[in-house]
Design a binder for this molecule. Structure first.
Ligand code: UDX
Length: 435
């Protein structure tokens, strides 16, 4: 099939390459000329495991091209809209500028029978509004809402083999369902579950899923707060409750909490939208989910002050990790960077390292000091903070690292180190929610 993908960020770039891999003829479109030329050269504009290989493979077939010119989407019959919907400045609501601009441009290039597929995360009601606009400008085209659930770091796998597919269709639009079934013929043949529904449900599925995940993380972090006051161990508590199949162990890792370009802004936008719909009470709990999450960052700084004997002023602190999670270079709402910046603000001398995210971190927080390895960051440090659980930090040898620091003190912000191994090597080990 001939497919266009509008917006080549973490979602769209992977989606475009994956669609080509599935055998389709794909044109990827983005307003950013640098991004388009990087992708055309077979390079990923951000760190995503497996994406360079996927791009290489897709480009070599000749079925994947990139452009900045909307006229190039003409000829494609299915158009995926993958642009970002970030949080508005100083407001909880989602900023729909990019999606509105993408639709305004796209609609002038559609032909009768084309299917526009919204993948961006939007406030419920957006698809209905955009469908109305389409009736006015491109009456022969149809709109489907098909939310995306990919995780950064696992985006290639999640796009090629999603947990489920959701189609939100206009009433009676069986044609678009058939078209999407053809687009997704390969994953569907693997038996991937398909939910066919209306616009409202499809849009809500995405924010409901992210709200549930955020709630699960904040639940265990709330338990961590209780563990801290009672001397209990939140990791054992999570293991024990996680054995109950109704609860499950996934997304029960207590620590510094969630960040990134999705969970934080999606729960806030969801609350804002519920407020507009007069249903704010239904999501009042998400305010608490957000507060618990933000409190973890404050608690981390407090813990750092604690182990440094009451003050971090002038203390040399090594921060391991800047990305919001491992296997990503994304620093949007990164808990690690937020703690690093807060500690610097409070007078510590902070040195940050990360295997992939230094360039993005530096652009956002130019005042922090960055080095390229954990050993360099830890040199002469009076405190080491592990804030993003990259495998290379989890596997650090406490004895070797103990030789380069000024004081062997470590805070495990992700509960991934073996406390006994670090203590045996002479370290003061502290973590969130553990004795
Ligand atoms: C998330 C959703 O998982 C995905 O389905 C959606 O499409 C986009 O948002 P992502 O932001 O890539 O994906 O990351 P995810 O793996 O969900 O992690 C989110 C945050 O939660 C990270 O900061 C991570 O460190 C944190 N987290 C995750 C925890 O603190 N504890 C956990 O147990 C799991």
């Amino acid at each position: 099939m001939k497919i266009s993908v509008i917006g080549l960020g973490y979602l769209g770039a992977v989606h475009a390459a994956a669609m080509a891999k599935l055998g389709h003829d794909v044109i990827g479109l983005d307003a950013d000329a640098t991004r388009v030329s990087v992708l055309s050269g077979g390079q990923a504009p951000f760190f995503e495991p497996g994406l360079p290989e996927l791009l290489d493979e897709a480009l070599s077939t000749g079925r994947l091209r990139f452009s900045t010119d909307y006229a190039d989407v003409e000829g494609a019959t299915v158009h995926f809209v993958c642009v970002g919907t970030p949080q508005k400045c100083a407001e909880n609501a989602a900023d729909l500028r990019f999606i509105d601009a993408a639709f305004a441009e796209l609609l002038t290039h559609l032909a009768d029978g084309d299917v526009v597929v919204g993948k961006s995360t939007v406030p419920v009601g957006t698809a209905e509004r955009l469908a109305e606009e389409m009736v006015a400008t491109a009456p022969g085209a149809a709109l489907v809402w098909n939310p995306e659930f990919l995780r950064e770091g696992l985006a290639v796998q999640d796009t090629l083999h999603p947990d489920r597919l959701v189609y939100g269709l206009a009433a009676g639009d069986e044609t678009s369902e058939t078209v999407l079934n053809e687009v997704y013929a390969t994953p569907l043949s693997e038996g991937i579950p398909l939910v066919v529904t209306d616009y409202a449900t499809a849009q809500l599925v995405k924010v409901a899923a992210n709200s549930f995940l955020a709630t699960k993380i904040s639940f265990i972090n709330a338990m961590a707060e209780l563990c801290e006051t009672t001397g209990a161990d939140v990791t054992q508590l999570a293991d024990a409750i996680g054995h109950d199949v109704r609860i499950g162990r996934k997304f029960l890792n207590a620590g510094l909490g969630f960040g990134g370009g999705c969970l934080p802004k999606d729960i806030r936008a969801f609350m804002a939208r519920a407020g507009e719909l007069g249903a704010d009470q239904a999501l009042a709990f998400l305010r608490e989910v957000d507060s618990i999450n933000m409190r973890r960052r404050v608690r981390m700084v407090d813990l750092a002050r604690d182990v440094c004997g009451g003050s971090i002023v002038g203390r040399k602190v090594a921060v391991l990790g800047a990305a919001f999670k491992p296997n990503s270079d994304d620093v949007r709402d990164s808990p690690a960077l937020s703690v690093a910046a807060q500690m610097q603000l409070q007078g510590a001398e902070v040195v940050v390292t990360d295997p992939q995210a230094i360039a993005n971190a530096e652009a956002k927080y130019p005042d922090l000091t960055y080095v390229s390895s954990a050993e360099e960051a830890a040199a002469d440090a009076e405190l080491v903070l592990l804030l993003t659980e990259w495998a290379e930090y989890v596997q650090l040898d406490p004895r070797a690292l103990g030789k380069v620091v000024a004081e062997p003190r470590i805070l495990d912000g992700r509960n991934v180190l073996d406390p006994a191994a670090w203590r045996d090597a002479g370290w003061t080990y502290r973590a969130l929610g553990r004795p």
